[in-house]
Design a binder for this molecule. Structure first.
Ligand code: WT7
Length: 652
């Protein structure tokens, strides 16, 4: 049992002894990483294989007007060779990927490193046959099937840049991303089974292609065998293409700073931005965090429940684990199908050692009752992890007691699509935890808390403000695809010489960090980021809508829900049908995750005399906290607020 005192949970001696790092080692390594980043990352960069070793380690600048981030810049490598080939001599027959299908009665697949090598090689040759060359973009729109990992690694092998679009995104969202990154090929599947239902992925892709510009090809994985139309000349079946190619495909020699992938993520303004991650630094960091944060040891079975459509899946299903020669689980299903015991059944069946999920999933399962978890043998678990949002104490307790049986350290990992890997996190054998805190920085990470208005660094131990990072780390994003200015503006303009995370944060007397949530117009829905501006622009694209304002509000399961205020065009009457129609509309414009949980028709929105929507007021009403609206004297029409309060949708 973990020792619990003074609000902290301490690892047992046994855990400490077996861990990659105990407290003394963490302290020493952290100190070196900050005092001598060149030396530290120079040494740890060797954990991966380089074709041409680097001589320069770090060349980074956060200086205004010169945001330039390079790690290991003169080294060359191939990421796929690191994730596959280099393990073949020592662990060719070891399982690399365990694939657990959606249907619990269907058999799991165990894919060895040898088999992975041949799948990736063939896939890479198919892409080449389709005309994909080094530097070209390939969009991956796939469910959680092994071919998603093969596709990623195949791109990496030939130096193509992949951009995964979550299979839950709509045809329009897919089309926008394909166009934005100028992809040559889109990889999809006939259908995507999830929770017992099939999503018609190929049909979605076909719809998207109505808006896709240029000569783009489609490569289709046969997952269910469902009947799908194929357009001659444009669409190709993977299995047919593979029949004509060899297994072997020589890895392309890539520069450390060559892009590995683009991943679109929501921001506070405008359309999603293409976060660019490069090859060398990203892989070093993904692999190192995977080893230390999850205390991964050879032979362990690692399971991250994320989807490869999110950065968590990139770094901790595919790149980090496979770089470390791990056995990683890919799960096609959902936590509640066929029932709320699915996660634990899989943990029991595959004897999972490290389990990594999101607080929203824990809350959803917790609500179904302990009988779904208590009947499984979870004694193989050694480390539990969470990511995506702060974990509330009830969920933490439940995870600790019912999943960890009070024996298993929980690592709360704070990071972002932009950071590539964990920045704030505990280490199982080194850092005692406090439920709800992401604890301390990983090696090389210098968090600072700034006074939001002045941008001054608060240097006292106890502090509260906005969370920034003082210097670069190897997996930091390098740019926004096609828009370096937006990169500078978004992350380096508000607070000069720092990377701005967009999160609020408190540091307690022990120096522990507590994330307090986004300080920008980004909503965290079930651990996924949604820009309010994106949902608003989807709403106003509907002919009945004149104006829309979207805010977040506390939601029991999702963490935050989406609350939309909508004013209608003259002559259009509000109705329940229209509300449904608008919800469906947003689903089809962006995807189910963007669907407003609550939608209020409003005669007008509260605006200042200069026409700026006062979101503060909208947030308060959405939170059902309308008693404390603060100063409304600057409103152009104060009376709209009364109507908003009277007809508010959240009365919880
Ligand atoms: C935002 C990043 C990186 C993987 C998942 C989401 C929030 C993430 C935590 C945590 C508190 C967290 C932050 C962050 N967040 N992890 N452990 N504790 N908040 O990636 O979509 O890029 O979102 O998620 O607000 O900025 P993302």
């Amino acid at each position: 049992m973990l020792d619990h005192r003074d609000g902290m949970y301490f690892p047992t001696e046994d855990i400490v002894r077996h861990a990659h790092a105990d407290r003394a080692k963490y302290d020493a390594m952290y100190k070196q990483s900050i005092e001598d980043p060149e030396g530290f990352w120079g040494e740890h960069g060797k954990r991966i294989d380089w074709i041409k070793p680097y001589t320069k380690v770090k060349n980074t600048s956060f200086a205004p007007g010169n945001i330039d981030i390079r790690w290991y810049e003169d080294g060359t490598l191939n990421v796929a060779a690191n994730c596959v080939d280099r393990h073949l001599a020592t662990r060719g027959d070891q399982t690399a990927i365990i694939w657990e299908p959606d249907d619990p009665n269907a058999e799991a697949q165990h894919i060895s490193y040898n088999q992975l090598a041949s799948h990736v090689g063939k896939f890479a040759n198919v892409l080449k046959d389709m005309g994909v060359e080094k530097g070209d973009r390939v969009v991956i729109y796939l469910p959680m099937i092994p071919q998603a990992a093969f596709a990623m690694l195949a791109c990496a092998r030939i130096g193509a840049i992949h951009s995964i679009v979550f299979a839950g995104f709509s045809p329009d969202a897919l089309a926008a991303r394909v166009n934005q990154c100028g992809a040559k090929v889109v990889i999809t599947a006939d259908e995507a089974p999830r929770g017992g239902r099939n999503t018609p992925l190929k049909t979605n892709a076909d719809k998207a292609f109505g808006k896709v510009e240029g000569d783009v090809k489609m490569l289709v994985v046969k997952r269910t065998g469902g009947d799908v139309p194929m357009e001659a000349g444009r669409d190709h079946w993977l299995h047919e293409m593979e029949a004509g190619v060899e297994d072997a495909c020589p890895p392309e020699e890539m520069g450390a700073e060559d892009p590995l992938f683009i991943l679109y993520t929501s921001g506070s303004t405008g359309q999603p931005k293409g976060v660019v991650h490069t090859s060398g630094g990203y892989l070093v960091y993904a692999s190192m965090t995977h080893q230390y944060v999850f205390d991964y040891h050879d032979g362990d079975i690692f399971w991250c429940t994320a989807d490869v459509g999110w950065v968590t899946g990139h770094s901790y299903i595919v790149y980090g684990p496979l770089a470390n020669g791990a056995t990683t689980i890919m799960f096609e299903g959902v936590p509640t199908y066929p029932d709320a015991g699915r996660f634990w059944e899989v943990c029991d069946k595959h004897k999972v050692n490290q389990f990594y999920t999101a607080p929203t999933a824990i809350r959803a399962l917790m609500g179904k009752g302990p009988e779904f978890v208590d009947k499984y043998d979870l004694s193989s678990l050694k480390v539990l992890g969470t990511v995506g949002e702060p974990i509330n104490p009830e969920a933490w307790d439940w995870y600790h007691k019912h999943v960890g049986h009070q024996n298993v350290p929980i690592v709360d990992t704070w990071w972002q699509t932009e950071t590539g890997g964990h920045l704030l996190t505990s280490l199982p054998g080194a850092i005692p935890t406090k439920p709800g805190s992401a604890t301390l920085p990983f090696f090389g990470v210098q968090p600072v808390i700034l006074e939001p208005q002045t941008g001054e660094e608060i240097t006292t131990t106890e502090a509260e403000g906005v969370l920034c990072i003082k210097d670069s780390w190897p997996a930091q994003m390098r740019t926004v695809w096609g828009d370096h200015e937006r990169f500078e503006k978004t992350y380096f303009a508000d607070y000069k010489n720092y990377y701005f995370s967009g999160d609020g944060c408190r540091r307690d007397a022990d120096g522990y960090y507590w994330i307090t949530g986004r300080v920008d117009d980004v909503i965290n829905v079930s651990g996924h980021r949604m820009g309010t501006a994106e949902v608003e622009s989807a709403l106003v694209a509907h002919e009945a809508v004149a104006e829309a304002a979207v805010v977040g509000y506390p939601h029991k399961i999702k963490g935050q829900g989406i609350y939309a205020y909508v004013t209608l065009m003259g002559g259009v009457e509000p109705s329940d049908e229209l509300r449904k129609e608008l919800e469906t509309w947003v689903r089809s414009e962006i995807g189910p995750i963007a669907k407003p949980d609550l939608l209020q028709f409003a005669p007008g929105l509260p605006k200042t005399r200069s026409g700026k929507i006062m979101r503060r007021i909208l947030r308060k009403i959405a939170e059902n906290d309308y008693g404390a609206l603060g100063d409304t004297s600057t409103l152009a029409e104060p009376e709209v607020v009364d109507d908003l309060i009277e007809n508010r949708m959240n009365r919880g």
